[in-house]
Design a protein around this ligand. Sequence first.
Ligand code: IVH
Length: 430
Amino acid sequence: MSADETDAGGELPPSLPDAAKEHAALAEEIRAHDRRYYQHDAPTVSDAEYDALRRRLNALEAAFPDLVTADSPSQTVGAAPSEAFAKVRHAVPMLSLGNAFAEAEVTEFLARVRRFLQMKPEDELRVTAEPKIDGLSASLRYEKGLFVRGATRGDGAVGEDVTQNLRTIDDVPERLTGGDVPEVLEVRGEVYMSHADFRALNERQVEAGKPVFANPRNAAAGSLRQLDPKVTAGRPIRFFAYAWGEASATPAETQSAMVGNLGRWGFAINPLMKVFDDAEGLLGHYRAIEAERAKLGYDIDGVVYKVDRLDLQRRLGFVSRTPRWAIAHKFPAEQATTVLEAIDIQVGRTGSLTPVAKLKPVTVGGVVVQNATLHNEDEIARKDVRVGDTVVVQRAGDVIPQIVRVVDPDRTGRGPAFEFPTVCPACGSH
Ligand code: IVH
């Protein structure tokens, strides 16, 4: 889609108010077409009709420059894809979290916080618990309620400018709604892909003869870090907001209230965040989330605990690159080892061939697994998986189990490398 400045499409309105009215209606119409075109691959007008709308919008803005706001379609879509990502320095660094693996480390975290704050045993310490989303973090900058720039985490200090790609995500509002939106607000959260969308995307990749993604996280990252925003727009990625960076105001006294604000301002926030006042509560919620894990429909790899009061967070501060007021309680990896007994070739509807690992049955994360995907020929070669090998199997959520690696690739007496068939096992053709 493109539009030039010629043919303004009739006489221009006589005054700014008239022009503003026409401009607002046009902008809305163009945005609706953009959503259908970029996000749903389903335009309802011809390119020529679309171009005429854009030309009219450009003409109005040329005559009334006050109409050029950051969220005008003239500023937001149709931009040529950049050659490479520009770099963005985060106004507030994007940090990572310390990890806890055992329940004792969670109790120790609470004790550490209490000691640092010199709290008495009877003083209340409220802490939030929420899923740790397994995606990639992004920072979205809003000025006067408008989305102006978005970046990946990068090295924490400098990320990549993926503004146009983030704009294609339904969960990323172009404009914040609701009261007391801060003048400047950097919203932080996780870009991820649901299991269902991941499976459908990989099916499309196979049908198109393109490489498949190993897991939803890789698929989300690969989709966000595309040079052409149109490719990102065709990818079903989502965003959960759970934190903030630079903020001219934080109209809340607690983490949970501020995240509530993010929801009120238009973001998707995770419904499983809860506040507790002791370790039993936190650990109970951890176990409840772990039990729900396979049913959530997206990957999580633990539970994050955060001191709820923002004044206490400020007092606690940071140690090296992690906050003293938060910790990630990781789930044990859903992995097990077993023997690869055979590699079968499955023939898809479209004639695509998918290798499937036949395993000696093994329980992984509470479920008996005897099949795992090997994706394609390249994947087998890359991992050098051979019949008879002992392999690590991984099962995350309800995603099809995968072979992670061969346990002892250097052992003697291994079978021959797997040879992918050159004729179709179903019909015998090449
Ligand atoms: S809070 C200052 N909350 O985990 C701490 N992080 O290991 C800000 N993550 O880089 C992070 N879910 O990408 C937070 N609910 C959650 C999260 C979460 C996933 C990621 C995030 C961060 C990494 C740290």
